[in-house]
Ligand binder design. Structure first.
Ligand code: ADP
Length: 219
């Protein structure tokens, strides 16, 4: 699903956030990316998410060498193959849950009714069938993150990238979100989670530990 080969990322100004990193993530994995603040976790997730390009080295996603694709094809790869979940949820405040998830399907070219049908199915999948018309401020933190996850998976991407998805949640809501990610993984989605939470990291099958921009441990 993901193959990083000799990936280095140096930002303008000179900070090298990743130093020649090699990483293979197989289809169907559920893995944590861990490490102290500043160790390169977000940089790595941005590169895997095709939101950024390496200074050196190769990023392959689902068999595609990202550098060989035009910007348009990279956007299409990102839209169709990768779902994103962030610590801050990033939901539109004025849109209800159904609208937030349906808007995430605009790239598919599906009509409004079809988008809403698929959004409803995705919200049911995350346990929010009874919250379709709630707006973000009417939802708990855990419910908001579920809406964000529904939006990320509504188009059935094979890869889900989550950056501290439980970082703004209490431990009960966080465990609920983790259970949801596990369920999606069991159903076939490859899931990569950045987490500071040791308990969560320990509970996942694989932990890639970054330190100073290098993979320090991978167990
Ligand atoms: P983490 O997610 O583990 O906290 P990051 O990948 O965000 O680590 O950051 C790794 C290093 O790269 C840090 O030293 C950070 O300050 C630097 N960095 C991250 N993003 C940028 C940027 N856009 N421009 C310059 N430096 C950056």
């Amino acid at each position: 699903m993901v193959e990083l080969t000799g990936v280095t990322r140096t930002y303008p100004g000179g900070v090298t956030a990743l130093h020649s990193v090699d990483l293979v993530v197989e289809y169907g994995e559920l893995s944590a990316i861990v490490g102290p603040s500043g160790s390169g976790k977000s940089t790595m997730l941005h590169l895997i998410g095709t939101l950024d390009r390496p200074s050196r080295g190769t990023v392959r996603i689902d068999g595609h060498d990202v550098a060989s694709l035009s910007d348009r094809r990279v956007s299409a790869l990102r839209a169709r193959r990768i779902g994103f979940v962030f610590q801050q949820f990033h939901l539109a405040a004025g849109r209800d849950a159904l609208g937030n998830v349906a808007d995430g399907l605009l790239y598919t070219g599906a009509g409004r009714r079809e988008r809403r049908r698929r959004a409803e199915a995705a919200l049911a999948r995350v346990g929010l069938a009874d919250r379709l018309t709630h707006r973000p401020h009417q939802l708990s933190g855990g419910e908001r993150q579920r809406v964000a996850i529904a939006r990320a998976v509504a188009g059935d991407p094979p890869l889900l990238l989550a950056d501290e998805p439980t970082g703004n949640l209490d431990s009960v809501a966080g465990l609920g979100v983790l259970e949801l990610l596990r369920g999606l993984n069991s159903a076939g989605t490859t899931v990569l989670v950045i987490t500071h939470d040791h308990e969560i990291a320990q509970s996942l099958p694989r932990r890639v530990s970054l330190r100073d921009g290098r993979v320090a441990r991978d167990v």
